[in-house]
Write a protein that binds this ligand. Structure first.
Ligand code: NAI
Ligand SMILES: C[N+](C)(C)CC(=O)CC(=O)[O-]
Length: 335
């Protein structure tokens, strides 16, 4: 990384009070809800004519879940402003989160525009699901302040953010962004190098590719694929990742025995490496399978069900923000 002329951020991550969210769809709207619930003043901008209506609807739908999680002091939906222009949105922002459509040219142009409009040094993060920042920062005057902050849907409930800079990102910007997300209540993985898809999407993509192969070949239905995860490995993955889970598959011998025992089967023809053609037949099969599985539940019903499910899992595994704070206090008392 080349830390060149990028100035320091206008304030420390702990002192940020004003955040701008650019692009207010599924993810941008989710970020808005998260930052409002954590007590920030949020200014949003989105070029779609109905964006404000949809954004306020999304925030209203998320608010009951956020209230259950525990709102920060002073948190209020009234602290959301929807700006008329991009320039107005970022004019006095202390942090900018970009969540526009996943199109490389659009991201390049938008990040350059944001760089031109935001106060010098303000860190600008992209929610991109997989573009390396190196490919997106090519036209900005100060590429050093651009960094990836990849969230998970919905950003107001799923803690993880993957932070990674591009070749031209200043190192102090990566550090600042990671600390800021941490202060803002997220769980941060700061990656040392750029990997397309980062860590989690690379893993999810492999699973997704195999699921599509099975649907395309009539080997499993959409419902069976979902059940195979929610009734199986998904239950373990909520609190123990695939590595440690498999270490337990080796019994007393742990991962070493697991590798000796099952390692050779990695060469068995279980996976199909190439992505399947997403032709009309497969497209329709996946869409219809999801409709069948939803069995009349609307997207709003499913969002509410998912939100409650995530909260229940966080609560059951001691990871609600108030539970984390309590356990930190207990550790301090013991020490
Ligand atoms: N949907 C998901 O599950 C996740 C998406 N992401 C990433 O978040 C970003 C946004 O994705 P979604 O929210 O799903 O898309 P979306 O389609 O729901 O929202 C995109 C929003 O950007 C607005 N927009 C269009 N042109 C724009 C421009 N030039 N400047 C600013 N806003 C513009 C649209 O009006 C729309 O409201 C993408 O980079 C995506 O890869 C990241 C994690 C998860
Ligand atoms: C579907 N997606 C690739 C945009 C998903 C993500 O990027 C993360 C998530 O929420 O799973």
């Amino acid at each position: 990384m080349t830390a060149v002329t990028t100035p320091a951020a206008p304030c420390a991550p702990e002192d940020v009070t004003r955040v701008a969210c650019i692009g207010a769809g599924v993810i941008g709207g989710g970020w808005v809800a998260h930052f409002l619930a954590r007590g920030y003043d949020v200014t949003a901008w989105d070029p779609a004519p109905d964006a404000e209506l949809k954004l306020r609807r999304l925030v209203d739908a998320a608010w009951p879940a956020l209230t259950q999680l525990g709102l920060a002091d002073g948190a209020s939906r009234d602290r959301l402003t929807v700006a008329a222009t991009l320039e107005e949105a970022v004019a006095d922002a202390q942090f900018v989160q970009e969540s526009a459509p996943e199109k490389l040219e659009l991201k390049r142009d938008l990040l350059a525009q944001l760089d031109a409009a935001a106060p010098a040094g303000t860190v600008i993060a992209s929610s991109t699901s997989g573009y390396p920042m190196t490919d997106m920062q090519t036209t900005a005057a100060d590429p050093g302040r651009l960094v990836v902050g990849h969230p998970f849907n919905p950003p107001y409930l799923i803690p993880l953010v993957e932070v990674v800079g591009g070749e031209q990102t200043a190192e102090h910007v990566v550090t600042w962004a990671s600390r800021f997300y941490d202060v803002a209540g997220k769980s941060v993985i700061t990656m040392k190098s750029e990997v397309p898809g980062f860590i989690a999407n690379r893993l999810q993509e492999a699973l997704w590719r195999e699921a599509l192969h099975m649907v395309a070949n009539g080997e499993a239905t959409v419902q069976e694929i979902d059940d195979s995860i929610t009734e199986g490995p998904g239950l373990r993955w909520a609190f123990m990742g695939p590595m440690l889970t498999f270490a337990l598959a080796g019994g007393e011998g742990g991962m070493a025995h697991m590798l000796d025992h099952f390692g050779p089967s990695l060469k068995s023809p279980w996976t199909r490496l190439e992505a399947p053609e997403l032709d009309k037949k497969l497209y329709d099969a996946v869409v219809e399978g999801c409709d069948e599985e939803a069995a009349g539940r609307t997207i709003a019903d499913l969002v509410a069900e998912r939100d409650q499910g995530v909260i229940d899992v966080l609560r059951a595994t001691g990871r609600l923000p108030q539970q984390r704070a309590q356990s930190a206090d207990q550790h301090q008392e013991i020490a």
